[in-house]
Design a protein around this ligand. Structure first.
Ligand code: ADP
Length: 254
């Protein structure tokens, strides 16, 4: 806690040895009125989650497994902006740590040479008209070694250590929270445009041929851009451009 230099993020800081999922814990706190910037961090998640009820591997002491409560004055359709904002902030934080190969895979992953370093899971509560709070779950593989990865992640996951970045988790956490806070208040103060442009620069998805897998509908195309709400624009072979929303799809390189 003492090591944090942020003003709001982490001001209220809940540390746990183990919890089912930091997003669940943070949501509980948010419902009890926990203020913006509250951070829940754990050594281990017993049931860490990704999107679409996929799991997130969160072994004891090996990563930064945390959730952040935000209460932005956004319309619910704007909630995905938080994911993009976080991805930009984290990628810049990794560049600062010397990991210049880190890039953003739409909508919610940070990759290094095709392997996943970070997962982000943004969950919103509120009504159709108004966000009551957003819980942003972030999992960063820090210390994990190649041989420790479970079989199914051996070819698709990476960690800071595996990328040659030897950094203590506390130091990484400080850099990341600072980057997140900075990016977030930039967006609130000056709008989303600049962050969107940074996202475009840092993305590894734009320009790629991808396969979009939505329930009952799989198609191929080229990712051309994202719109101001964070939807991915995909040009399919007949020339039409499809707008892909996060949440219901996964994409993979072709
Ligand atoms: P997607 O990449 O399709 O967007 P999610 O964002 O939902 O998937 O993340 C869940 C997926 O990430 C899992 O299905 C698994 O393949 C992978 N995964 C789980 N834990 C980790 C981890 N600690 N590091 C890297 N990848 C992981």
């Amino acid at each position: 806690k003492q090591i944090l230099k942020t003003d709001v993020f982490g001001k209220r800081y809940v540390y746990m040895d183990v919890t089912e999922s930091t997003n669940l814990e943070a949501r509980r706190l948010a419902q009890q009125g926990a203020e913006e910037g509250t951070v829940v961090v754990t050594e281990e998640q017993a049931a860490g989650r990704g999107r679409l009820s996929r799991g997130w591997y969160s072994p004891f002491g090996k990563g930064l497994w945390f959730s952040l409560i935000l209460r932005p004055d956004f319309a619910p359709v704007e909630a995905p902006k938080c994911t993009l904002m976080a991805a930009v902030a984290l990628t810049k934080a990794f560049h600062k740590m010397g990991l210049t190969d880190a890039g953003i895979k739409w909508p919610n992953d940070i990759l290094v040479n095709g392997r996943k370093l970070v997962g982000i899971l943004t969950e919103m509560s509120g009504s159709m008209e108004e966000i009551s709070h957003i819980v942003m779950g972030i999992g960063v593989n820090v210390k994990t070694k190649q041989e420790e990865l479970p079989e199914e992640l051996k070819l698709i996951a990476t960690s800071l250590a595996m990328e040659g970045i030897d950094i203590e988790r506390t130091e990484a956490f400080r850099i990341i929270l600072e980057a997140l806070e900075h990016q977030y208040y930039d967006v609130l103060d000056s709008g989303f445009e600049e962050t969107l442009n940074e996202w475009r620069q840092l993305s590894v998805t734009l320009g790629e041929e991808i396969e979009v897998r939505a329930p009952g509908n799989t198609y191929e195309g080229v990712a051309t851009d994202i719109d101001e709400d964070g939807n991915l624009l995909v040009r399919i072979p007949d020339g039409t451009v499809k707008r892909v929303m996060a949440g219901d799809v996964s994409i993979r390189p072709r």
